[in-house]
Design a protein around this ligand. Structure first.
Ligand SMILES: Nc1ncnc2c1ncn2[C@@H]1O[C@H](COP(=O)(O)OP(=O)(O)OP(=O)(O)O)[C@@H](O)[C@H]1O
Length: 340
């Protein structure tokens, strides 16, 4: 099922949480809405679900305008971070619940067969008779997904479904979710504020800031060509140096970087800590080392340029330099932006 958001607006009293968002999600696509807290991700998801009404704009499911269709008739399945399972029902009963109350009547045998099929799918076959209090958090979220899938939704909506789990479980579950998505091919919209989760899982990432889409594209596209300084910063560690832009060049501490098409004035260059090489041969921005921090597989070095701007970079664990050593920062893949 294709989903289309056409200039959707949502206001809470005087506060505009979603500013005219337009988005096309292809049938079978897994799209992540990624953004900082308060950027409007959940509000957009709730409007797609029908739990919240849009103040302006329209939401289409296929060719049908679904804007005014009530939640129960939209054919959506949800998994939320805190969408608790019914504690007094077993895992099997939780999964069966939606089928029992659905308008589509199924025989008890058909429901039992579907519960078994879903338990196999989420790899929890042995836990049918346990209660939610007797299984782990990761298992509970897998049951929640099975419950959402039980009624054959046209669209799956996931709001930080793994948000409350620890990092290793999260990583396993997102690989698992991707696999299930590939098997079932249900159009899926996934909300997260975790960059790694979005990049790992999604076909396409939609990055939001203050209720607006700032960039959308494949994980590769948003990583390799961040649209602006916000996206560059939000997707990972980034160094930022003030620059003076003149005649298509960005000048920082006497070094010039390409800045084609950027108007003269103040600007900034951003680059990743992995894209810096420390040199002693005079090539790059002059700097001195302020601190060296050990990490399991690398060293993170903090340096200060002559104009007093801080830069962090990553090196091999064997990096021999220490606090106070002078050298040069050779920067690869710098991105130049006009000052915000
Ligand atoms: N029912 C509401 N009443 C008033 N303001 C609301 C309501 N729901 C959300 N907001 C506001 O709308 C903005 C967007 O909220 P939303 O929950 O969509 O953000 P989010 O990107 O999902 O954030 P988070 O990652 O923290 O969940 C926030 O500023 C929030 O305070």
């Amino acid at each position: 099922m294709k989903i289309r958001l056409d200039n959707v607006v949502k206001e809470f009293e005087t506060f505009r949480a979603v500013h005219g968002v337009s988005l096309d999600i292809d049938s079978g696509e897994l799209v992540a809405l990624l953004g900082p807290s308060g950027s409007g991700k959940t509000t957009i998801l709730r409007m797609v679900a029908g739990l919240e009404y849009a103040d302006a704009g329209a939401i289409y499911f296929g060719d049908e305008n679904a804007t005014d269709i009530p939640v129960r008739e939209r054919g959506v399945g949800f998994v939320f971070q805190h969408y608790a399972l019914f504690p007094h029902m077993t895992v099997g009963e939780n999964i069966a619940f939606g089928m029992k109350v659905s308008k589509i009547k199924r025989s008890p045998q058909a429901i039992a067969a579907r519960v078994k099929e879903l338990l196999d799918l989420v790899q929890l076959s042995g836990l049918k008779d346990r209660f939610p209090g007797q299984i782990s958090g990761g298992q509970r979220q897998r049951v929640a997904l099975a419950r959402a899938l039980a009624v054959d939704p046209r669209v799956l909506l996931l709001d930080e479904p793994f948000g409350a789990l620890d990092a290793n479980v999260r990583r396993d579950l997102r690989r698992w979710l991707r696999k299930i998505h590939d098997e079932l091919g249900i159009t899926t919209l996934f909300v997260t504020h975790d960059q790694e989760e979005a990049l790992d899982l999604a076909d396409r990432v939609v990055i939001l800031n203050k209720g607006k889409i700032v960039q959308e594209g494949t994980p590769e596209a948003v990583c390799r060509s961040p649209a602006d300084a916000f996206v560059m910063n939000f997707l990972g560690d980034a160094n930022r140096l003030d620059a003076d832009i003149r005649g298509g060049k960005a000048h920082v501490d006497g070094i010039a970087f390409e800045a084609d098409g950027i108007a003269d004035g103040s600007g900034q260059i951003l680059f990743r800590p992995a894209d810096v090489t420390w040199r002693e041969d005079g090539q790059g921005i002059a700097a001195s080392i302020v601190r060296v921090i050990d990490r399991p597989d690398s060293r993170r070095v903090l340096a200060m340029t002559r104009s007093g701007q801080a830069v962090e970079f990553d090196t091999a664990p064997e990096f021999p330099h220490r606090r106070g050593d002078a050298g040069f920062l050779d920067i690869r893949r710098p991105r130049v932006y006009a000052a915000a």
